[in-house]
Design a protein around this ligand. Structure first.
Ligand SMILES: *Cc1c(COP(=O)(O)O)cnc(C)c1O
Length: 458
């Protein structure tokens, strides 16, 4: 029911935007396990990481104690082009579902890159520029991260080299062209440009690539090119830190109207949007000030939290990156080729992995046909065409709202709508034509990549 005192969209003014990012790790009793050197298995030191990442980002990555990092004014100015993002009350969706639940979503798709990834892209590009670097390298899967980074690099006049997972490079030519419009160079991965790319192609000829493999190529390119560093769009703790703007804004907006969510839901690929959305709420839970239910939603075809193991693993297929302790399917895991719904990464942020292991967060997995059903339902009621990734969160938000209908509970649900789906119409087409299959890996299949996890004694 429409409550006249609560608008459809809760906007904040520029002056209400956060001036500092919140580092959830500062409030965690059990800190995420440290990154390990892949050769020595010792915790990575700042000097070792400095060859791969910009100095300021290394500091942010290793800092488990500082609760707030000031957002530099230049970054805040860039944010003002597309932030604060609206917090929307899904009145129409509630009405259509006939649920007593109150549903809110934080919409991050209001920028050309079409997702939340720009929040971290501008931060990472800014620190690279400030360090006097020439450029950055990265990987991109579906293309949102590459697009966000090219926008940020164009703005700051930095060179941007993107390794794009080959199947996406071929299936999403428009994404590729958007990146080139912003001046990035885009290479399909695996490529013959790097040693690791050549090795992967020799071992798996005809492979359509994976995120893990593209990461290896981008890292190799960065460490072998003078004046370049590598940047990553998810998984790392620094990315979760930057994405805390999502949660901080959402909390300010809800607090303005005295609204307290009962359930907070986000899709989880590498964990950055979810980690950012839940950050200030989880902080309250960790400090014993409030309680919330947090739900991570992942695809049934790439179920890192729900079916993976909590162990040290490589972040990439080429095994060049530091080892991270996380819920993982094994760095060798590549989701089935007919999986079209995004969120294809084999592992999960070590911050979220620790919170999940400590029982502070729940996780569910959903099948892609059900995800697209939810996406279409949402598009027809709320108007926004959601990204398939975001639609995982929509699916679970709807499921929770339907449960409220059955029990009559008036719960307040907040979910993250991470982006728009304009470049995902091939996947929508498959769904509309009834050609979308739900491939769920068997235990035996998952065991193959799990058996290849590195053996670490810590
Ligand atoms: C990249 C992406 C995701 C998943 O990444 P996380 O790091 O898990 O947030 C979700 N939604 C959209 C629209 C994306 O582009």
């Amino acid at each position: 029911m429409r409550n006249e005192s609560i608008p459809y969209k809760i906007y904040l003014s520029e002056s209400e935007m956060p001036t500092a990012w919140y580092n959830l790790r500062a409030d965690m009793k059990n800190k995420p396990a440290p990154l390990l050197n892949p050769g020595t298995h010792q915790p990575m030191q700042a000097e070792e990481l400095a060859g791969v990442f910009c100095d300021e980002l290394v500091k942010q990555e290793l800092d488990n104690d500082t609760a707030y990092f000031d957002i530099p004014e230049e970054i805040r100015d860039f944010y003002k082009m597309f932030r604060p993002s609206p917090l929307i009350r899904a009145y129409r969706l509630e009405e259509k579902l006939g649920t007593p639940a109150k549903i809110y979503y934080k919409f991050e798709g209001n920028n050309t890159s079409g997702s939340h990834k720009l929040n971290s892209a501008i931060a990472q590009a800014y620190y690279a520029k400030k360090q006097g670097l020439k450029g950055v390298t990265t990987e991109t899967g579906a293309g949102q991260w590459g697009t966000a980074l090219s926008m940020a690099c164009a703005y700051l006049d930095l060179d941007c080299k993107v390794y794009m997972v080959k199947c996406s490079y071929e299936q999403k030519p428009f994404r590729r062209e958007v990146m080139r419009t912003y001046g990035a160079s885009v290479t399909p991965s695996p490529s013959m440009e790097t040693e690791v790319g050549k090795k992967i192609l020799a071992e798996h000829p005809g492979t359509t690539g994976s995120l893990g493999c593209a990461i290896s190529e981008a890292v190799e390119k960065a460490v072998t090119s003078e004046g370049y560093r590598y940047v990553l769009g998810s998984v790392l703790s620094q990315v979760l830190l930057h994405q805390s703007v999502i949660g901080l804004e959402a909390k300010t907006a809800l607090d303005k109207y005295g609204i307290k969510p009962d359930i907070i839901i986000g899709c989880a690929g590498g964990g950055s949007n979810l980690g950012g959305l839940i950050a200030p709420f989880m902080g309250e839970k960790l400090r014993g000030e409030a309680d919330y239910r947090f739900i991570a939603v992942e695809p049934a075809s790439c179920p890192s939290l729900t079916r993976g193991v909590y162990a040290y693993d490589f972040c990439d297929t080429g095994m060049v990156c530091p080892l991270a302790k996380m819920y993982t399917l094994g760095s060798d895991f590549i989701p089935s080729a007919n999986h079209a719904g995004g969120l294809r990464y084999h592992g999960m942020s070590s911050v979220l992995s620790q919170l999940y292991d400590d029982g502070l967060m729940e996780a569910v997995s959903v099948k892609q046909s059900e995800v697209f059903e939810a996406a279409e339902y949402f598009a027809r009621t709320e108007g926004i065409l959601p990204a398939p990734e975001s639609s995982h969160a929509i699916r679970t938000a709807i499921d929770e709202a339907v449960k409220c209908k059955e029990t009559g509970e008036e719960k307040t649900i907040l979910f993250g709508l991470t982006g728009t789906g304009y470049f995902d119409m091939v996947a929508y087409e498959k769904f509309h034509d009834g050609k979308m299959e739900d491939y769920i890996p068997t235990d035996a299949e998952l065991k193959i990549s799990r058996d290849k996890l590195p053996k670490i004694d810590v």
